[in-house]
Design a protein around this ligand. Structure first.
Ligand code: ATP
Ligand code: MG
Length: 780
């Protein structure tokens, strides 16, 4: 052991220390969240450097994100007490693979300046091949082929290695197209993301001399978040490690959340087989979270059947229970969380004042972020969105807003430029320059320039018809805003949408939808088969939903420009909004987990696509979410959410049922019952009619289960809360003679009860059979 002091070892428990000191030979550290795996891994790097066992360029450290790699370098430097002179081999699988591949590109049939295709390019290329192969792209979309090829690459199968059991894939043409695709990529001197790993693995396999060189250079290999590696990554690691066997992998099978990207938990089991004699380190003490948080997370994950199983404990006894709260809708959820964040910042909960940096909102789907961003912008609460642009900065949102801007002011040239050829309208650079020139020559707006150019036949081909349709579209939308009927479209022009909706008395929300439909913008994303397209469509729906809170498109646009303007001032502290996937490995004293509703979380898509396996992966995601919290974890759900433009009543997530009761505090939702949703109010608002009634919430099985559970002990009230306890009896059942209210039929009296159906004698509408959850007790 080196003579210098090793204070970094003092911070570790015996199991961690053993993992750090066992520098030579294979080590597998398999342990639950917050047990200090990453800390041990980092200390191991420090130890390698401090003892002189390895130089910085001899350590290969693979982490999940570039951000994690940067943080690790900083931590190492801090622990060493000196800056680390470059650690070139610390990064993600992809970033390290690029480095290797650039050096040996010619062996993979590429030049060293090869380009890396993004998903769009990848799909475009595949489409060309599909068309050339005479395959009906509608039945066999490019996205399907892309997914197939990706999954083969994740398993490290080159076209020649795809097993015959896959021969029927993609209408029996999968393997053939895969080969063609790879040939095309080579001809283009390009590779896609999956290739980065695949080429390196193939290269190492074909050229033992080169592999041996890397084995000599990279003496020590460390891998964080090992549970999320796929087969190709595993082989990559195994090839590099098999000579010296100095490989240390740390992970947690319960946190495997990238199955859809081909990650295989089975790699954990393979490790011990491939590296016999591996030291297996188990860590059981959690240093991150309080007892209640840990117990809640353990309770949820115990619902999974396929687990290696482990014990977790913490010295942090007591603390706050996991808080659970249901809300009326997503907006109310955002409002409540905003208020809570501010209360915690002031220190008016049971904790001392918390910095905004200590708080995070972790969502299942990125479209959930909009409600929080809007609310936080409105109340001036600084926030950061990690892992993606903020809502109003997203590509599809900026495009859609450009359409709205044009509709409001057709002279908005910037907006015109942005969308005139999005979706593609056959207007090349030349045509667009012509428009610019014409407009400039007569000092007109681009829209007017386009109109004039069309009038004098200055634009030819397919572009002319489409440009005319675009110009007419803007005219129609603008006219709709001025609430005047648009001029009847010229009969020779093909309309953008066959049945243009009559627009005379259209509300601005509907108009926004119409604009996105008629312009072809929505269908552009509907026809787009990239993985991002679905998310973009969801964001567009979110945008339309946001409009509801304003009187007009113009009012909305003003709001957005004002809040964006305000926000340019950099705040020092910010609350974090990010997805659960992105939060892996991170920790925050205070965590909010909104949107725990069946269909949203667990997500319907993952359950549809992968059944029980999908559900188990969602459950691991729930485990990841809860275990990010150090001291306070709040789970919430809403009874109503607008999904694809429709109000839907939501059921609390099944994961809520799996939270162990003794570790959970059920808070009473604000606003519900007596809090502004009175029967009279319900009759008045037309929007409310579309939504579930209050009784829906109360009578939903999920809500009942929840209340039954909390009814076994007194519902504890959050401090300083004005909230009321729900009188369960008053809402969960009706008896004959009860006066009730229905949003459509008005007031009535319950005449008979049969299961969940009520015969109600309405004062005005006569006797009707109504499902109980569609009425509320009347407050006359
Ligand atoms: P995850 O599974 O979420 O990635 P992890 O196992 O990597 O978690 P770390 O992030 O390394 O856990 O550690 C969790 C927290 O516990 C960190 O704040 C870390 O500093 C602290 N910690 C780890 N080990 C110890 C220890 N021996 N003594 C005190 N604190 C520790
Ligand atoms: Mg970690």
């Amino acid at each position: 052991m080196a003579a210098r002091p090793q204070p970094y070892l003092d911070d570790l428990n015996p199991a961690q220390r053993a993992a750090v000191l066992a520098l030579d030979g294979p080590v597998l550290m398999l342990a639950g969240a917050g047990t200090g795996k990453t800390k041990a891994l980092t200390s191991r790097i420090v130890h390698l450097l401090a003892t002189g066992k390895a130089r910085p360029n001899e350590i290969l450290a693979v982490t999940f994100t570039n951000k994690a790699a940067r943080e690790m370098k900083e931590r190492v430097a801090r622990m060493l007490g000196q800056s680390v002179e470059g650690m070139p081999w610390m990064g993600t699988f992809h970033s390290i693979s690029v480095k290797i591949l650039r050096r040996h590109a010619e062996l993979a049939g590429l030049k060293s300046n090869f380009t890396i295709l993004d998903t769009d390019d990848q799909l475009r290329l595949m489409k060309q091949l599909i068309v050339a192969a005479n395959i009906d792209e509608k039945r066999w979309p490019a996205r399907m082929l892309a997914g197939l090829i990706d999954s083969w690459k994740n398993r490290a199968w080159t076209p020649a290695k795809v097993p015959s059991s896959e021969a029927s894939a993609y209408n029996n043409r999968g393997t053939e197209l895969y080969q063609q695709y790879q040939d095309r990529l080579r001809a283009l001197n390009a590779c896609d993301f999956g290739d980065l790993l695949l080429h390196v693995v193939t290269l190492f396999q074909a050229h033992p001399d080169i592999l041996a060189q890397y084995q000599r250079w990279l003496k020590y290999i460390l891998v964080d978040e090992y549970q999320d590696t796929n087969v190709a990554q595993y082989l990559w690691l195994r090839l590099l490690a098999q000579a010296h066997r100095n490989i240390c992998c740390v992970g947690d099978d319960d946190q495997s959340i990238y199955g859809w990207r081909g990650a295989e938990v089975g790699n954990i089991l393979r490790f011990e087989k491939d590296f016999p004699g591996a030291e297996v380190v188990r860590l059981e003490q959690n240093y991150r979270s309080t007892e209640h948080i840990l117990a809640a997370a353990s309770g949820v994950i115990s619902g999974n059947s396929d687990r290696l199983g482990k014990t977790l404990w913490t010295e942090a006894k007591g603390g706050e229970k996991v808080r659970l709260i249901g809300h009326w809708d997503g907006e109310e959820e955002a409002r409540w969380i905003g208020d809570e964040v501010e209360a915690l910042q002031r220190g008016s909960r049971s904790m001392e004042a918390q910095s905004l940096d200590h708080m995070a909102i972790l969502v299942r789907a990125s479209h959930q972020m909009r409600a929080f961003e809007d609310r936080f912008l409105t109340i001036g609460l600084p926030y950061r969105v990690i892992g993606g642009p903020r809502f109003y900065e997203r590509l599809e949102i900026r495009d859609a807003m450009a359409y709205f801007r044009l509709a409001v002011s057709p002279d908005d040239d910037l907006a015109f430029e942005r969308v005139v050829n999005t979706p593609k309208r056959g207007l090349g650079d030349k045509a667009q320059q012509e428009i610019q020139k014409t407009a400039r020559a007569s000092g007109m707006s681009l829209l007017e320039g386009a109109r004039e150019l069309l009038a004098r036949g200055g634009i030819g081909g397919k572009g002319a018809g489409q440009l005319r349709a675009f110009v007419d579209g803007v005219d129609r939308w603008h006219a709709a805003i001025l609430n005047a009927r648009p001029e009847v479209a010229d009969a020779v022009i093909e309309p953008m949408v066959p049945d243009a909706v009559p627009q005379s008395d259209m509300g601005h929300v509907r108009l926004a939808e119409v604009i996105l439909e008629e312009s072809g913008y929505t269908s552009m994303w509907q026809n787009d088969k990239t993985p991002e397209a679905a998310g973009r469509l969801e964001n567009l729906k979110e945008l339309v939903k946001a409009l509801e809170q304003f009187d007009s498109l113009q009012g909305f646009l003003e709001h957005v420009s004002l809040i964006m303007e305000n926000d340019t001032e950099e705040a020092a502290e910010k609350v974090t909004i990010m997805t659960l996937h992105g939060a892996k490995g991170l920790e925050f004293p205070v965590v909010f987990l909104p949107g725990w509703e069946d269909g949203l979380f667990p997500s319907q898509r993952s359950m549809n696509e992968s059944g029980q396996k999908g559900l188990e992966e969602e459950r691991r995601l729930a485990y990841v979410g809860i275990t990010r919290a150090e001291r306070l974890c709040t789970i919430s759900f809403a009874a109503n959410r607008r999904v694809y433009g429709q109000w839907q009543s939501q059921l609390p997530s099944r994961f809520i049922d799996e939270l162990p009761v003794p570790h959970v505090d059920v808070l009473t939702p604000p606003g519900l019952y007596g809090g502004g949703y009175g029967a009279a109010g319900m009759g008045g608002g037309s929007r409310i009619e579309e939504r579930a009634t209050k009784a829906d919430v109360y009578n939903s099985p999920g809500w009942r289960r929840l209340q039954d559970r909390s009814a076994t002990r007194p519902i504890s009230q959050p401090r300083e809360s004005k909230q009321q306890v729900i009188d369960l009896d008053a809402v969960s059942s009706f008896t004959e003679g009860d006066r009730v209210f229905h949003t459509k039929f008005g007031y009535g009296t319950v005449a008979a009860i049969e299961g969940d159906k009520l015969d109600i004698a309405f004062d005005k509408a006569g006797v009707k059979k109504i499902i109980a959850r569609f009425v509320v007790p009347a407050h006359e």
